[in-house]
Ligand binder design. Structure first.
Ligand code: HEC
Ligand code: HEC
Length: 443
C-alpha cells in the first residue's frame, strides 16, 4: 500500500516537472530572438528584386518608345534637342503621371515648397527624370547629362499611384493601385512617329490618333494590338479600365477575361504591350480569325536575341502576389450598414456564389459566361475563351474613379447592385441595396 502511494507521488512529481519543464522550454523558445532563416532571407531578397522589376524595369522597351516612336524627343522638346514644346511637369501631372517624393533630394523639396521650381518648364521634367522621380517612366541621358537620349516605361506607370502627401500627384509610391488618372492615349499620342503603330494595326496615323484620343483617363486597350478592334458595336471605345495589381494571390485566372495566370500576363504585357525585348509563347494568338493583328505579327512566338524579360518573371510574380489589397479608411463607410450588407452579400444577394471571401473571386475556375452576369459578350469574345473572370473585390475603394466592370459601364456601386438585382431577379429592398453598397466599400 505504502509503495503504491510512494510511486503515485513520484508520478505526480514527474508530471509536474515535465509540465514545468515544458513551460520553461516554451518561454525559452519565445524569448529567443528569431534569427531569419535562410528561407526568410531568400524570400526577402526575391520580394525586393520583384519590387525593383515592378517599379524600375523597362525590359529594354526604350527600343520601341524611343528608338521607334521617339517619345523621348516629344518629352524633351525642341529647346533640349527634341521636337515640339516638350512636356512640362504641370502637363505631365495633368496627364496623370505621378512623382515619387522619396526620390527628391531635400534641396529640391525645399525649392518646390518655396515656389522656386518652374512647373511649366520641360527642363524641370528632365531634372525629375534624371532623379528617377517620375513613377513608371525611366529616362536615360547623355554622359554629360545635358541630353535625354531615351525613355522607357515600367509596370508602375499604370499600376502605381502616390499618396499625394506632398501635393496632388506628388507623394510616396502606392504599388499595385491602378492609376485611373493616367491618360495613356494622350501620352502615346505625343510620340512624333506613330507610323509603326499604324502599320502594325494596318491603318493610318490619323486613325491611330483618333483611337488613342477615345481611351480617356484610366483606360488602355491591351487587346487592340491582338485583334485591331478599337470600338465596340455601339461606337464607344473598346478600351478597358486599368485594374489593380494588388490582392491577386489565391486568384486563378487574371485579366477581365481570364487570359491566364499573373505570370502569364506579366510576360504578355512586358513583350506585347510595353514592347520589351523578351521571349513569349502563346499559340492561341495564331488564330487569325480572332487575333488578326497578333497572328500577322507572330506575337504567339516572340524571340529576341537577348531576352530581358524571362529571367525577371519569378521575382516579379512573387512581388505581385505579396501585395495585399489596402484596407479602406475606417471613416470611409458606415460600419453598421456594412455588417448588415455582409449578410446580403452572403445570402439574399447571392454574391458569394461567385465572389467568395477572402479572395472574392471563385476558388478554382473563376470564369463565367456573359449571360450569367447579363452582359454583352464583346470584350469576352476578344479573349481566347469568350468568358468573363470574377473580379476580386478587395480594395474597391481605391478605384471608384472610372466606374465598375471592365469598361466602367456602371458609374457607381449602387448601379452595379441594381444591375444584379434585375439580372438575378433578387428583389432586394432599397435598404438591402444600400447596405450592400456599404459592405462593398468596406472590402
Ligand atoms: C499601359 C498601361 C499598363 C501597363 C504599362 C501595364 N499594365 Fe497591367 N494592365 C493594364 C490593363 C488595361 C489591364 C487589363 C487588361 C485586360 O483585362 O484585358 C491590365 C491587367 C493586368 C493584370 C491583371 C489584373 C487582374 O485583375 O487580374 C496584371 C497582373 C497586370 N496587369 C500586371 C502588369 C505588369 C506586371 C506590368 C509590367 C510588366 C503591367 N501590368 C503593365 C494596363 C497596364
Ligand atoms: C455568376 C457570378 C457572379 C455573381 C453571382 C456576382 N458577380 Fe460580381 N462579377 C462577376 C464577374 C464575372 C464580374 C466581371 C464583370 C466585368 O468586368 O465585365 C463581376 C464584377 C463585379 C464588380 C465590379 C468590380 C470592378 O472592379 O469593376 C462588383 C462591384 C461586383 N461584381 C459585385 C457583385 C455583387 C454585389 C454581387 C451580388 C449582388 C455579385 N457581384 C454577384 C461575377 C459575379
Amino acid at each position: 500500500m505504502r509503495s503504491i502511494v510512494m510511486s503515485l507521488r513520484r508520478v505526480v512529481a514527474a508530471v509536474a516537472l515535465l509540465l514545468l519543464g515544458g513551460a520553461l522550454l516554451n518561454v525559452a523558445a519565445q524569448s529567443r530572438p528569431t534569427r531569419p532563416s535562410r528561407a526568410d532571407a531568400r524570400a526577402t531578397a526575391m520580394f525586393e528584386q520583384g519590387r525593383r522589376v515592378f517599379r524600375m524595369d523597362t525590359f529594354g522597351d526604350e527600343g520601341f518608345w524611343s528608338g521607334t516612336l521617339q517619345l523621348d524627343k516629344a518629352i524633351a522638346g525642341a529647346k533640349h534637342g527634341g521636337v515640339g514644346p516638350g512636356l512640362s511637369p504641370a502637363a505631365a501631372l495633368a496627364a496623370g503621371l505621378k512623382v515619387d517624393s522619396a526620390a527628391l533630394p531635400k534641396a529640391v523639396v525645399k525649392a518646390i515648397k518655396a515656389g522656386k521650381v518652374n512647373l511649366k518648364d520641360p527642363a524641370t521634367t528632365l531634372a525629375l527624370l534624371k532623379l528617377n522621380a517620375v513613377v513608371g517612366v525611366r529616362g536615360h541621358f547623355s554622359r554629360d547629362g545635358s541630353r535625354l537620349t531615351s525613355v522607357g516605361l515600367t509596370c508602375a506607370v499604370c499600376h502605381s499611384v502616390v499618396d499625394n502627401s506632398f501635393a496632388k500627384g506628388i507623394g510616396r509610391r502606392l504599388d499595385g493601385w491602378p492609376n485611373r488618372d493616367l491618360n495613356v492615349g494622350a501620352i502615346v499620342s505625343m510620340a512624333p512617329n506613330l507610323k509603326p503603330v499604324a502599320d502594325l494595326l494596318g491603318t493610318d496615323v490619323d486613325t491611330v490618333k483618333k483611337v488613342l484620343a477615345s481611351w480617356g483617363p484610366g483606360k488602355f486597350d491591351a487587346e487592340l494590338f491582338m485583334d485591331g478592334k478599337a470600338f465596340r458595336p455601339d461606337g464607344k471605345s473598346a478600351a478597358t479600365l486599368i485594374p489593380p495589381a494588388f490582392g491577386l494571390s489565391g486568384v486563378n485566372l487574371h485579366t477581365y477575361t481570364g487570359w491566364g495566370t499573373v505570370t502569364y500576363w506579366n510576360a504578355f504585357v512586358a513583350n506585347l504591350e510595353m514592347h520589351g525585348q523578351g521571349n513569349f509563347s502563346d499559340a492561341r494568338l495564331d488564330n487569325a480569325d480572332k487575333f488578326p493583328v497578333a497572328a500577322r505579327a507572330g506575337f504567339g512566338h516572340v524571340r529576341n536575341r537577348v531576352d530581358k524579360v524571362t529571367a525577371k518573371l519569378p521575382a516579379l510574380h512573387f512581388y505581385q502576389l505579396a501585395l495585399p489589397a489596402p484596407k479602406p479608411p475606417s471613416n470611409s463607410y458606415d460600419h453598421a450598414a456594412a455588417a448588415r450588407g455582409r449578410s446580403v452579400f452572403m445570402g439574399a444577394g447571392k454574391c458569394s456564389s461567385c465572389h467568395m471571401p477572402p479572395t472574392f473571386s471563385d476558388p478554382g475556375w473563376n470564369m463565367h459566361k456573359p449571360s450569367e452576369i447579363c452582359t454583352d459578350s464583346f470584350q469576352a469574345d476578344r479573349s481566347p475563351d469568350g468568358m468573363y473572370r470574377t473580379t476580386p473585390l478587395r480594395g474597391l475603394w481605391t478605384h471608384t474613379k472610372g466606374g465598375f466592370y471592365h469598361d466602367g459601364r456602371f458609374a457607381t456601386l449602387g448601379a452595379v447592385v441594381d444591375h444584379y438585382d434585375s439580372c438575378m431577379s433578387l428583389g432586394l429592398s432599397s435598404q438591402q441595396k444600400s447596405d450592400l453598397v456599404q459592405y462593398l466599400k468596406s472590402l
